[in-house]
Design a binder for this molecule. Structure first.
Ligand code: BEZ
Length: 212
């Protein structure tokens, strides 16, 4: 059975480009992203890992630790990392797991046999500080992911974890948000001093509450 939202993210120990790690220890109290790619020395994967490295300060700002995984061996990861840094003009500093025995791939359901019997697809899991799965994404090998979108979702996950709001379609940090249906309009007016705009009784907006 695949991992679903709210499930506990399985812990594991792994060999990575930054040494051996215990996943939960690596995460500490941070948020985490665990993402798989099909194989080293492939073009789309090279751009994906490069883009993730270039966004390091954005992940740091959000207290998110990143971890990549594929079933290739550690020596191959080290060689490929140099290529990524050279071609994408970046410095990959997050660990890349060498999951040769497919422990992580199997724990997280990253191998989809009807897509490939041997390689991981492009799976991505966002894990909260409570070690629960907050988001899952699955892309095929032929389509690179949008890591700016991943940051946007993390902004929403972190906001909605702490305030009684939800984020509308295409929402970006700084834009108005939606008051969750569980809160009455009367209570919402007390809870959100910046104001509540009632478009319909079930569609109420308020400015993003955690901004000055
Ligand atoms: C790539 O990363 O470019 C890739 C990997 C596997 C299949 C197709 C593309």
């Amino acid at each position: 059975m695949s991992l679903r939202l709210g499930d506990a993210a399985p812990n594991f120990k792994a060999v990575t480009t930054e040494g051996e790690i215990d996943f939960y220890e690596y995460l500490g109290n941070s948020w985490g992203i665990l993402f798989s790619h099909p194989a080293d020395y492939t073009p789309v994967c090279t751009t994906e890992l490069g883009k993730t490295a270039l966004l390091k300060s954005e992940f740091d700002k959000r207290n998110v630790k990143v971890l990549a995984v594929s079933v290739d061996p550690i020596e191959k990861h080290h060689g490929w990392k140099k290529d990524i840094n050279e071609t994408q003009n970046c410095s990959v500093e997050f660990p890349i797991i060498a999951d040769e025995d497919k422990t992580v791939a199997n724990l997280y359901g990253m191998i989809h046999p009807n897509a490939s019997e041997t390689f991981t697809v492009r799976s991505l899991f966002v894990i909260g500080p409570d070690k629960k799965v907050k988001l899952t994404l699955t892309y095929p090998a032929s389509t690179g992911r949008n890591f700016v979108e991943v940051l946007r979702v993390i902004d929403s996950l972190q906001l909605t974890a702490n305030h009684s709001v939800a984020t509308p379609a295409d929402w970006k940090h700084g834009e108005r948000v939606i008051v969750v249906p569980a809160i009455s309009t009367e209570d919402a007016i007390k809870k959100f001093p910046k104001g509540v705009e009632v478009v319909k009784p079930y569609l109420r907006y308020t400015p993003q509450p955690n901004l000055d």
